[in-house]
Design a protein around this ligand. Structure first.
Ligand code: ZN
Length: 181
């Protein structure tokens, strides 16, 4: 078990575009294991490497009882959209309605370097889009309309964790009702 501290909003690593994985080595397999352990401990439905301070294009998910991971994702999004509640382990205790594509086809690699294609809809599609955004330095609050984003920023500024000298949590203080990614 190698649960890592989760970086919170305000940590610059969350705003930095992550780089492509080139070496499918033991280090990468450890990263996937750490992401999985940290995500399950939180608990969350997904976790991207920048959220534990590693700027590489890797994420994990835990949706409908299935754990998965993807390296160097490349997404095709459906035109049909879904509206639903979304939260983020890097923004504890906040959930907002966020519009996403209803389904995705995600091409990439597993931790052994084998090409994989993941097809997902609804919650899995939401998780994959949310995590891929993390790899581009995008947070879900960026995708809200202006009024909702202002409300989110107000809640963030009022939250206990915001502005702490070391904005990290070992375990998300609130489970965000299973919608934290
Ligand atoms: Zn997130």
């Amino acid at each position: 078990m190698a649960v890592q501290p989760i970086r919170l909003f305000g940590d610059p690593v969350l705003r930095k575009p992550a780089i492509e994985v080139v070496d499918f080595d033991k280090e990468l397999r450890k990263l996937v294991a750490d992401l999985t352990d940290t995500m399950l401990e939180a608990p969350g439905a997904g976790l991207a490497a920048p959220q534990i301070g590693v700027s590489l294009r890797v994420f994990t998910w835990y949706v409908d009882g299935e754990v998965g991971h993807l390296v160097n994702p490349d997404l095709s999004l459906s035109e049909e959209t879904q509206d639903g509640s979304e939260g983020c382990l890097s923004l504890p205790d906040l959930t907002f309605d966020c519009r996403r594509a209803l389904s995705v086809v995600a091409k990439g690699f597993d931790m052994h370097g084998e090409p994989v294609t993941i097809e997902g809809s609804e919650l899995l599609a939401r998780a994959i889009q949310h995590e891929t955004d993390h790899l581009d330095g995008i947070l879900f609050i960026d995708r809200l309309d202006e009024a909702a984003r202002k409300a989110a920023m107000k809640e963030i500024r009022q939250s206990e964790w915001f502005g702490l000298e070391k904005p990290k949590v070992k375990i998300s203080p609130h489970a965000t009702n299973g919608f934290g990614f």
